[in-house]
Write a protein that binds this ligand. Sequence first.
Ligand SMILES: O=C(O)C(=O)C[C@]1(C(=O)O)C=C[C@@H](O)C=C1
Length: 269
Amino acid sequence: MQNKVSFLGPNGTFTHEAASTISENLISYCSIQSVMESVVNGECDKGVVPIENSIEGSVTLTLDLLVHKFNLMIENEIIIPINHNLLVNDGVRIEDISDVYSHSQALAQCQPFLEKLNVKKHFTLSTAAAAKKVEGHKNYAAIGTLTSGKLYNLKPLVSNVQDNDTNQTRFIILSKKDHIPTGHDKTSIVFSLYDDASSGALYKVLKIFSNKNINLSKIESRPSKEGLGSYIFFIDLEGHRNDKSISEILSEVKEKTSFFKILGSYPIY
Ligand SMILES: O=C(O)C(=O)C[C@]1(C(=O)O)C=C[C@@H](O)C=C1
């Protein structure tokens, strides 16, 4: 029996599409948090959630839950192209639409199109949840996948309504352990500085990587939630945490930071 894999559902989400590339034994959950819980409590072996989009940036809920709530490891990543459709019930014309439903990331990725449409926008937990909600309502439309349109009896009135044709989202596969070294890996870490206000504090940490010629492929900060001006830094670096050189660097970073967590080492997609 294949590993059970949870994903942000219901069926027909982009996360469903991403998860389908790794397993046929998929179980849908209605929120990012419940996907993570399903792996922590052993209901599923792995869980797939979105983490970053090329137009809108990070899925901040995923980042925050990984730092503050769950001790899960990133075991792999998947990147897929994202093409959004304006989905409506049979016979609905564009001028009939008063309200559009979708996931906040999806609405944000289609902002110029939605502005022209001049409609009320509503958030749902996923794009497929939006399609489900819109089914049977003549004045509502959803933004989502062609698959969710088919599942919930909606037709694509306009296709490719995202801001640009190179829209992509990166998904992570979460597990209780990360990936063994492959020779072409990256490592995701998070840390906080002892004193955000002192000059050069971040530079001193980043210097550890540059001194050893380690390339960083991502750096981002989020509020630590402990007060204004206090941050958590997310870094993706090239290499596996089990490589001797990387493990030495990570020990040094841990020593120089007030909070440090490894989110996992996994193959670069
Ligand atoms: O709602 C979905 O279909 C999802 O899979 C979520 C999600 C996201 O959170 O980024 C995934 C891909 C797209 O970027 C839009 C929405």
